[in-house]
Design a protein around this ligand. Structure first.
Ligand SMILES: [Zn+2]
Length: 329
């Protein structure tokens, strides 16, 4: 595993800089709330702060290799407690248990740390109990509350925390992560441009049906220019064959927009902007038969169709109409 340091948190430079600075100057707050979308690295940052507090080798950073760093990574450091919802919510018993843990003397330094994941999912009792705890923090205890939904947290809790915002990951950052997990660069790039949620992008990039959806889309664009009814057969076929593909038509249309945009990019020689960069040959061929005006008009029509389907229009009719409109030019 790559060793993280504060300067390698390139996706969240502001949060990392702020925490590092506070740690270096011995000015950490008693409680932090890390808020931001799933996959933005909140827990990773929380664990890094914990490692940096306890690391035996580095000052105000983590080496990743000493006993402390390794125990934190493995989840068995005696002075760190991580709490996640027990079922649907964090329960009062969990907070009581936490309070007991935190009241005990720290084993390995003057600090104790607790991390509460999904802190928006607390029962009212648990939230009230946590609030009291935040109001009278034991010396040396540092709280890190993590959430994707800070609006769902009691204002009284928010006001006790220093709030650190995590921004959504860029498409490039998501693609990079997926490639490290073994997804092909082409699929990673497409999935990361369809959604800015890492988890969703991961699912898409590995789903058979998503690859299928994309193949049908590419075929359809080809057939739109053939001025026969093969494009209509393709639509019919797709909708008959799989309920999943039918459900995912808005996604199909998103893929179609990205594809038409890519043909435009090829035409103006901006290959670095291509999303479907693994299909350059096909794009190159289509760039010769579509005009710029047709592509721009096509993108408009696809967006219109997407709106229509989202307003519950008959999917098959809407798609057929799209194809006929494109073919008419
Ligand atoms: Zn260390």
């Amino acid at each position: 595993m790559k060793t993280m340091t504060w300067t390698t948190f390139s996706q969240q430079p502001r949060a990392a800089e702020l925490l590092h600075h506070s740690l270096r100057n011995d000015r950490l707050a008693h409680a932090y709330l890390f808020t931001g979308p799933k996959g933005a690295g909140k827990k990773q940052m929380a664990l890094h702060l914990a490692k940096s507090l306890f690391c035996q080798e580095k000052e105000a950073d983590a080496c990743g290799a000493c006993l402390s760093c390794r125990r934190i990574e493995a989840g068995n450091h005696p002075d760190i407690t991580v709490i996640t919802p027990d079922g649907a919510s964090i329960k009062i018993d969990q907070i009581r248990h936490l309070q007991k843990e935190m009241a005990m003397r720290a084993v390995e330094s003057i600090h104790k740390v607790y991390i509460l994941e999904h802190v928006d999912k607390m029962t009212t009792q648990a939230a009230n109990s946590l609030l009291k705890f935040l109001e009278e923090p034991p010396a040396g205890v540092i709280a890190m509350l993590l959430t994707e939904q800070s609006h769902a947290i009691l204002p009284t809790i928010l006001s006790r925390c220093q709030i650190i915002h995590f921004s959504p990951l860029s498409a490039e950052a998501i693609a990079e992560k997926l490639v490290l997990e073994g997804v092909s660069a082409g699929m990673a790039r497409i999935a990361s441009h369809i959604t800015s949620n890492l988890e969703e992008a991961r699912v898409l990039s590995q789903a058979e049906w998503f690859a299928q959806l994309r193949n049908v889309m590419i075929q359809l664009v080809q057939e739109c220019k053939q001025h026969n009814s093969s494009a209509l057969y393709t639509i019919h076929d797709m909708l008959q064959k799989s309920d999943k593909l039918k459900e995912e038509l808005p996604l199909f249309l998103d893929l179609l927009i990205l594809w038409l945009r890519d043909i435009l990019y090829v035409q103006v020689d901006r290959h670095a902007h291509l999303i479907n960069s693994d299909q350059q040959d096909v794009l190159q061929g289509q760039a010769l038969i579509w005009t710029k005006a047709e592509l721009l008009h096509g993108i408009d029509l696809v967006m219109e169709t997407k709106n229509r389907i989202e307003r519950n229009a008959n999917a098959q009719l809407a798609l057929e109409r799209l194809v006929l409109q494109i073919q008419e030019g």
